[in-house]
Design a protein around this ligand. Sequence first.
Ligand code: K7E
Ligand code: CUA
Length: 659
Amino acid sequence: MNSKNISILLFFPILFFNTRCNQNGNGSAGALGTSYAAEKVYVAPGEKDKYYAFMSGGYSGQVSVYGLPSGRLFRVIPVFSQDPEKGYGYNEETKPMLMTTFGFIPWDDAHHPKLSQTKGIHDGKFLFINGNNTPRVARIDLTTFETTEIIQIPNSGGCHASPYPTENTEYLVAGTRFSVPIPQEDVPISSYKENFKGTFTFISGGQEPGKMDIAFQILVPGYDYDLAHSGKGISHGWSFFTSYNVEEDHTLLEKTASQYDKDYIAAVNWKKAEEYIAEGKFREMPAEYYHNFYTDRTHSATSEVKKSVKVLIPEDCPGMVYYLPTPKSPHGVDVSPTGEYIVGSGKLSADLTVHSFEKMLQAIEEEKFDQVIDGIPVLNYEAILAGVVQQPGLGPLHTEFDGRGNAYTTFFISSEVVKWSLSTYEVLDRQPSYYSVGHLMIPGGGSAKPWENGEYLVALNKITKDRYLPTGPELAHSAQLYDISGDKMQLLLDFPTIGEPHYAQAIPASVIENNQVQAFPLEENEHPYAATRESETKVERQGTEVHVYMTTIRSHFAPDNIEGIRTGDKVYFHVTNLEQDWDVPHGFAVMGNTNAELLIMPGQTETLIWEPKMVGVFPFYCSDFCSALHQEMQGYIRVSPSSANVKLTWALGDEVFEE
Ligand code: K7E
Ligand code: CUA
């Protein structure tokens, strides 16, 4: 086993090139008729897609929303990134969303979108996604498709194994990717083994907007924790985390972290952890972190800085964490729809390992422990093994399920999706992916209920060499849609994606399309600078700060002429969109503004700061083509020297107002 693994490791690059060469020129829909594929993905003009698909934007820090089966892009939702199209992260209302203890961070590396769950089934209320770089977890509200909450994870060196909610979204989880000194301190890197630790974080409040909080953290040995999955059905109450670098090395990990035959999947009994918290068996540890929350009441976000977390230590809390030995450097850990099978994808293993939850419980009961590491019993491998899929492919990463007893695993190196049986562990089918697939996604395929018993599968690929028109040094990222309703998978469609599409979720459109917010009622607008009718518009000077209470409606701003601004002023344009109809946003931009436009939804108020540096008269205008008179939707603002005493006035038509 060991020598085989090492040879796989050594031939990594060669295999990689071979598979890619073999596949070149074999890029059509394979044996399948093109007209069959076209029919399966064709959504006629005026028709709607059957599914929403939410794809991670990877290092764009965003989420993108597609329709399936068409592969059409509907929307890009900024999460950890600023977005000039929507003003997110540029307007004053959303800037607090990107605050962290490291300051304002307008970027992250977003990996795993996960839908909220009720009884293990995707309920279509919220989408969560993790920021891998500066550890954070975000909530997107699926009635507005806006990011409404971000919580920072302290005591973490990177948030990759996240957010993977529990069955009823009691918790979102976050395993630290890189172990670090906890609490942080100035120590030699060579003291890794003594000083570096990992944490598993359990975030509560997933079903309650504004209430996300760190319920508790568990301090664990200093491995790298890669991915997670929470139990469901019979394994409800448990969460699982893969680890690599059990060797606890800190340099040249491509070699050093692959020495041992097995790493671990950590199994966390979070119900037990709750008991220990209730009994007070935790340590309160100082740890600063931000909790940022955006509400549609004020159309504004606020940041709250939290100061401490409850930390549980496995040595003090028997029965809370176990290690399941798993070959070799497992990446994904995926739990079958019933909750019984825990699939560990050992990246460098020749076989795919499937653990049994029931056998795990039995091994715990019978104390079949090979050793105990920092209070964490390591269960006996044979005692917990459900089965092994032998030589299914090279470089397994992720698995999803169709609800018909089959599992589908991606293989990065051999660049394929492999279907296998959860009862016989036999390979049933394999299809090439073009190329180097990471995650795959079956709508509902990670939940207790794959929709329609597994109709489609989307492969999220890393490389698209020769699949699309080239676009300079970097080529399009790619998803591929397969029909999995029959015995054999059939490739239907290629479509490009944004950023690096790590993972995705899909849900029948019917679950969310009727819950959409169409406009925010003006009478409920509690923004402190809102003007909810034109008669409330005004301009106020407070020293060098000027607040413009402005409204917008087809097809004018009120006011649209402003005088008495001076260089050195800081002008706040608080713009309220008075429209109450669906899909009538207005934009706002003023010449020389050093941020982005505002894009204000019906009934919403947004604020843009403008600091005029030059004397003159400057136009402002609506940037969203909103009516036949959109081009007329403009105004002027006069800027005088800082020493001038031009009176502050504002006007609309013949009416001129002054302070
Ligand atoms: Cu495999 Cu970040 Cu889920 Cu990418 S991870 S592929
Ligand atoms: Cu309002 Cu264009």
